[in-house]
Each structure stands twice: as structure tokens, then as C-alpha cells.
Design a protein around this ligand. Structure first.
Ligand code: ADP
Ligand code: MG
Length: 469
């Protein structure tokens, strides 16, 4: 039985790891469906337990059926040369691992108990969680992002086999971190279809970790992540204050890095300025390359506007483009927002886009409007639009219409009022600022992928702007 297990394991783990951690294991006895194995040290036992329990348990189950159990015995060499005596130390309470199911929400195609699929076929099937619109073709290169973009391309060509591991991309909001990170994932999938790629935000990682922790399944969690070839974690700054998740991330990071797998991380600050992250993590971030994204300069902003218009089949006079590019100098997301507002106003007033309209719209957009919009006013508009009662908007519900109405309200509040994220969250039944950030991002993402949703937001944007004039 054991040698059959080893054959399977050999296919799954790296050769080095196999030699170090599996060859020294001695099968001792098989009683029914309980296999007793002998390991050479307490450390060895702990390492196995930390890293390979799901693998062992699953392999064994395949050989012995689903009631298979594994027991360890630790035999420590006395350490004196020449003496062959050994000491038998029971591994505390003998550990039983049964039904160690690795059942991740992320595992699609096979909601399988066991990601090791078929022996010999060592790749698991997961949805990489990538949005195809974020690719390198749509990410315009300029001085402000050249290093990050090129490093990203190199990483995608040779994941794991380059000196940018990890690749850390950092920069302020709306400057393209998510775009580059996703572009890397998409490019890897294109060039190396067999690589297991996963894009995940740190918030999602933390939530998953906490779920698994509650279910005593941390090992499964870590193990799942250790099977990934290219792991992309967005917005690692949210790891601050999530100590346990950082520990898990640390274990995963080490394992992947040692196995020559690629890590791509993004952050809103340079690694040296990331407060609340463990020093041991930050020191590992320095092993690879940190590249920043800066605000695109005037020329680059013009190029970006032109590209967006081209993609949407739109045209606009050059002086308007220049005017927008000149005045919106914060980040690319706002640039896109300004463009949307302009289109919204133009279609609302059935009027060609010209400089006069641009001036009027941008006056609003850059928040210099005389009439202060309030969050309440925006909530009211959105509720009317979607026909959702106001009190339901603040409710805790997963109902899609309500959730979307709420997310759009937050997005509009963020875009058209001067309220802080915290303040906005408070107006939505005491939700916190990360929820607001997440909502804004979701709205953006949906606008990219769902044309009906996009139309709703554009129409609402018109209404909100009218209210402000
Ligand atoms: P971040 O994650 O840094 O907050 P995003 O990646 O979400 O920013 O980018 C915000 C928006 O700006 C996205 O729609 C993205 O496609 C766009 N964008 C950013 N940089 C560029 C660029 N260089 N070329 C084209 N679009 C860009
Ligand atoms: Mg982002």
C-alpha cells in the first residue's frame, strides 16, 4: 500500500521534497484501514503535519477507502554514533486524519473532495478569477509605468524562472495595479495554458482563511494555495492587522518561492512603508522586484483617453480630449469617470460633446459644484431608480438588486461627494471603509463586463449630475 501511495505522491510533489520528506518515511503496519508510519524526528513529524497532511490523507484514502486513517510513530536516533538503539516516542496523542477534504469554493469543474485529481495528472483545475479585459494590450505603456509593465511581461513569459520573484507592484488608487496584476495572469494563461494561476484580493484571501480557520481546516487552506504555479495577490496592504492570515500567507509564500513558483503582489504603498505587515514578510518582498506606478503625465493621459474612446467606438474633438486630460490629473480611474460623465451628459442633453459641455461636466466632476450633493440625496435617487425602499438599501441582505443598488450608491457617493470612505460607510448602516472600497471596485468591474449594468450607472450618473447643477 505504501509504495503505491509513494508512486502517487512522487507525481505530485517536487523531486527534492519527495526525497527529503517522503523517502525517509517507513511504513510499519497496516491494521484494517489504519496505516502506521514511522518518521525520523519530531521536527519531521511537524513538517509533514504542517505541509503534507491533506496529500497523505487523500492518497491513503484512494488506496484504502474513505475510512483510511494515518498514525505516526516518531523514532528518534539516539544520536550516539555506532549505537543502533532507537527510542520510541509516541507522537503525543496519536493523530488521526480522516476525510481530509479539500473543498474550496474556488475549485470549479470538479467540486471534488480532492484536488489531486488522477494520479499522474498533477494539475488541479481552478478558475483563475481573471477578467480578460485587463491585458497588456489595453494597458498603455508610458514613463510612469514602464518598469512595472515590462517586469510584468517578463514574469508572464517565464513565471518563477526570473529574478522578479516576488514582483511587487505598488502605487496609489486608480493607477492600474489591478490591471497589471490581472494582465500578468491572463498572459501566463495564454503562454502557458497548463500553469495553475490564481488571482485573489487579500481581502478574499483573509475571508477564506478565516472560514477555514473556523472549520479547523487551515491545513487544507494552505495546501490548496501551495498547489498554485502563479499566485497573484492584490492589495496586500489589507493584510495589516490580520496576523493569522499573514502567518498562512507566509507559509504559502515560502513554499511557493522554494518550489520555483511565481508570486505577484500589489500594494498601495512601497513595501518599506507598509505598516502592520510582519517584517519577515516585508523582507521577503525585497527578494524580488518592487516597481511603482505613477500618475500618467499629460501626454499619456491623452493616449489613455483616446484608447478608451476607440474601444468604445466613440469620438470627441481633440480640444475636448486635451481639456479633460489636462484637468483630470489624479489617476486613470478618474479619467475614465470623467469620460463617462461627459458621455452621459451628452446623451442626456442630446448634444454633441464640445468644450463648453466638457467645462460644465468637469466643473462637477472635479467637485467644484456650488450645490453640494449629499449622500442622502444620492441614495434617494438610486432607490427611486431601482424602485428599492430606502430602508432596504441599508439592510444586511444578499439580494442582488439591493446589493447592487447599494454598491452603486456608494460608488456615486464616492465619485460625486467629498465624503471620506469612512463617512460613506457610516451612511450605509455603519459599514466600514473597506466595504465602500470594495463596492466601488465591484461597480467598476461590472461596468466593464455587463453592458446593462453599465447603462444603469451611466443613467444614474446623469441624474446625479443634474441634481448637482
Ligand atoms: P488600482 O488597482 O491601482 O486601483 P486599476 O487597475 O483598477 O487601479 O485601474 C483603474 C482603471 O484605470 C482601470 O479601468 C484600468 O483599466 C485603467 N488603467 C490604469 N492604468 C492604465 C493604463 N496604463 N492604460 C490603460 N488603462 C489603464
Ligand atoms: Mg485595484
Amino acid at each position: 500500500v505504501w509504495s503505491k501511495c509513494l508512486t502517487i505522491i512522487k507525481d505530485i510533489v517536487e523531486w527534492q521534497h519527495f526525497k527529503t520528506w517522503f523517502e525517509p518515511i517507513k511504513p510499519v503496519e497496516l491494521k484494517g484501514d489504519v496505516l502506521l508510519i514511522q518518521v525520523p524526528s519530531q521536527f519531521f513529524f511537524e513538517y509533514l503535519e504542517e505541509n503534507y497532511v491533506p496529500l497523505l490523507a487523500n492518497t491513503l484514502k484512494r488506496e484504502l477507502g474513505k475510512n483510511a486513517k494515518l498514525e505516526y510513530r516518531i523514532i528518534v536516533d539516539s544520536g550516539n554514533k555506532g549505537k543502533s538503539g532507537s527510542m520510541d516516542i509516541p507522537a503525543g496523542p496519536v493523530k488521526h486524519y480522516t476525510n481530509n477534504e479539500v473543498n474550496f469554493p474556488l475549485v470549479i469543474n470538479n467540486p471534488v473532495k480532492n484536488p489531486f485529481v488522477i494520479p499522474g495528472l498533477k494539475k488541479m483545475q481552478i478558475d483563475p478569477q481573471l477578467n480578460p479585459i485587463y491585458n497588456f494590450d489595453t494597458f498603455l505603456e508610458s514613463d510612469c509605468n514602464r518598469v512595472a509593465r515590462r517586469a510584468g511581461k517578463t514574469v508572464a513569459e517565464k513565471p518563477g524562472a526570473n529574478s522578479f520573484n516576488p514582483l511587487v507592484i505598488y502605487g496609489g488608487v486608480g493607477l492600474g495595479k489591478t490591471h497589471v496584476a490581472q494582465a500578468i495572469g491572463n498572459e501566463v494563461k495564454k503562454m502557458h495554458p497548463n500553469k495553475v494561476v490564481l488571482y485573489v484580493s487579500s481581502e478574499k484571501f483573509i475571508n477564506q482563511f478565516q472560514d477555514h480557520s473556523r472549520n479547523n481546516a487551515i491545513n487544507d487552506f494552505i495546501h490548496f494555495y501551495q498547489l498554485i504555479d502563479v499566485l497573484i495577490i492584490d492589495d496586500v496592504q489589507f493584510f495589516a492587522r490580520a496576523e493569522k492570515s499573514q502567518d498562512a500567507f507566509f507559509a504559502i509564500f515560502n513554499h511557493l518561492h522554494q518550489s520555483g513558483k511565481q508570486l505577484v503582489l500589489t500594494s498601495d504603498k512601497a513595501p518599506k512603508d507598509l505598516d502592520g505587515l510582519q517584517e519577515r514578510l516585508l523582507s521577503r518582498f525585497r527578494w524580488g522586484l518592487s516597481a511603482d506606478l505613477m500618475v500618467p503625465d499629460y501626454e499619456a493621459r491623452i493616449e489613455i483617453l483616446k484608447q478608451k474612446m476607440y474601444n468604445d467606438g466613440l469620438e470627441m474633438p481633440q480640444d475636448v480630449i486635451n481639456y479633460v486630460a489636462y484637468n483630470i490629473n489624479t489617476n486613470v480611474r478618474e479619467l475614465e469617470g470623467a469620460l463617462i460623465s461627459l458621455l452621459a451628459q451628452s446623451s442626456l442633453n442630446k448634444r454633441e460633446i464640445d468644450l463648453e459641455l466638457a467645462k460644465k461636466v468637469l466643473r462637477n466632476f472635479v467637485k467644484t459644484s456650488t450645490k453640494e450633493l449629499t449622500i442622502d440625496a444620492i441614495q434617494k435617487l438610486v432607490c427611486e431608480y431601482f424602485n428599492v425602499p430606502y430602508d432596504r438599501l441599508l439592510e444586511k441582505t444578499r439580494k442582488r438588486e439591493i446589493v447592487q443598488a447599494r454598491q452603486i450608491s456608494m460608488y456615486l457617493a464616492k465619485t460625486f461627494t467629498k465624503n471620506s470612505l469612512k463617512n460613506i460607510g457610516e451612511h450605509f448602516g455603519g459599514r466600514d471603509h473597506t466595504t465602500v472600497i470594495h463596492s466601488c471596485q465591484t461597480v467598476k468591474d461590472l461596468m466593464d463586463t455587463d453592458s446593462i449594468f453599465r447603462e444603469n450607472v451611466v443613467e444614474l450618473t446623469q441624474k446625479v449630475q443634474l441634481a448637482a447643477i
